[in-house]
Design a protein. Structure first.
Length: 222
């Protein structure tokens, strides 16, 4: 005797509209999965870009090997000042805003002032750690964005774009407090760069020594 369930399965297979079934599967299930996959992929790439850049000790590359020694000294000094005294403040503002967006997104009952303090502390901590060990700075820099990804994966409905926009619009209301926070990160980086340069390692990166150049030439010949 044929099982009733078996008959039902066979009947379902024979009567199914496979064209509609495949079409619905592609346009609904697959499309939804593809959207989430691409979204997570782009976010993961952004995290990779985010922590790799923020955790670098030497944020700006400088190649003066094609110039003579006098040009290296003058050019190296001018570019050094340009990079860390003019460009870097904009860099700090950018990463401060990124951390603020992350924290605003994953927190509800935290004031904007507290978020600004935490963002400043995070940026500053990553920068300090980058001078100690860049690998540890990388781990620290990706902690918050990965936490945001974890929250999203466990509760996709937690995100509110309207709330995010509203709270970000409140940032200018911090006024001078915001200037204080950003100036702290900037001054801290300047101090770190000065100490790093005085240690000798930083100056060798800006202006390679003649001995080092000679050693490199010998290695190339070999």
């Amino acid at each position: 005797m044929v099982d009733v369930n078996t008959l039902n399965i066979v009947q379902t297979l024979l009567t199914t509209d496979y064209y509609s079934f495949i079409y619905n599967m592609v346009t609904t299930t697959y499309l939804e999965l593809l959207t989430f996959t691409i979204g997570i992929l782009f976010y993961a790439l952004f995290i990779w870009f985010f922590y790799r850049n923020l955790s670098k000790r030497d944020l700006f590359k400088l190649d003066l090997s094609k110039h003579d020694r006098t040009s290296k000294k003058i050019g190296g000094t001018l570019l050094y000042i340009l990079k860390y005294f003019i460009v870097f403040p904009f860099y700090v503002v950018f990463w401060f805003l990124i951390f603020t967006v992350f924290l605003v997104t994953i927190t509800e009952n935290v004031s904007l002032v507290q978020i600004a303090v935490i963002s400043t502390a995070l940026v500053s901590t990553v920068r300090i750690t980058s001078y100690i060990k860049e690998e540890h700075a990388s781990d620290l820099a990706k902690l918050t964005p990965l936490a945001l990804l974890g929250v999203f994966l466990t509760d996709p409905n937690f995100f509110s774009l309207d709330l995010l926009i509203t709270r970000l619009q409140e940032i200018p209301s911090l006024g001078w407090q915001l200037i204080h926070y950003l100036s702290f990160c900037i001054l801290l980086e300047w101090i770190l760069r000065i100490l790093y340069s005085l240690s000798g390692a930083g100056s060798r990166k800006i202006i390679p020594s003649e001995n080092k150049k000679t050693e490199d030439e010998k290695e190339n010949k070999i």
